[in-house]
Design a binder for this molecule. Sequence first.
Ligand code: ATP
Length: 235
Amino acid sequence: MLTISNLEVSYGGINALRGINLNIEENKIVTLIGANGAGKSSTLRAIMNLVKKTEGTVKYDGEDLTNLNTMDIVKKGIALCPEGRRVFENLTVEENLILGAYTIKDKALIDNEMNKVYDLFPILKERNWQKAGTLSGGEQQMLAVGRALMVKPKVLMLDEPSLGLAPLLVRDIFEIIKEIHRQGNTILLVEQNAKKALEIADYGYVLETGSLVLEGNGKELLLNDKVKEAYLGEA
Ligand code: ATP
């Protein structure tokens, strides 16, 4: 289980996260929803130690990861697929995937993970020779998720995987997240698409201007009046 306690992040004196607590149980899909600027990305980045925490701890399976560097956190089994499809545009699909496996030295293991990614995303296999920058937006998003999977994570954190995708691709990406979960991963999903995220989540947290204001199981939150009004576009 991944446990985040009293997490605070500030940027030049401005508090982006004001002491949040999250519990991500093994083999669950947990989602963190909230409006633009609520602090969702900062949460994921702070867990990975990509931004400095001013307060708080991150523990995984009882082990304190709070001050580990990012690569060591990855080695413990936590991976982040960042927002905005940050693929290496001038490298091929395959080269992107190989780079994704940067904590793994064993070539056979890398091939094995790559085949698993190709099973999950057949389009990437078809286009494995193609420069990532020439892929469509949806394909780049698939590549970004595939690349995060190359380190064989136990916990996969996804930052807005559906952002900017056409409706059919949004559906596909949520199906793929469910499949990754079925294959044994724990998922922490950050989304602005609250409806879709809560539909697949076991548990959800709602973040507003750096503080958690609500939490509960996914189905409960979908029925919550405040969530409906603020995040599902229903009165
Ligand atoms: P979005 O969905 O728009 O990405 P978010 O919920 O992920 O939003 P964050 O990106 O975590 O929110 O940002 C939280 C707050 O911190 C925002 O007010 C943002 O402007 C600010 N912020 C984020 N990164 C930095 C930074 N590097 N320097 C200064 N302020 C930052």
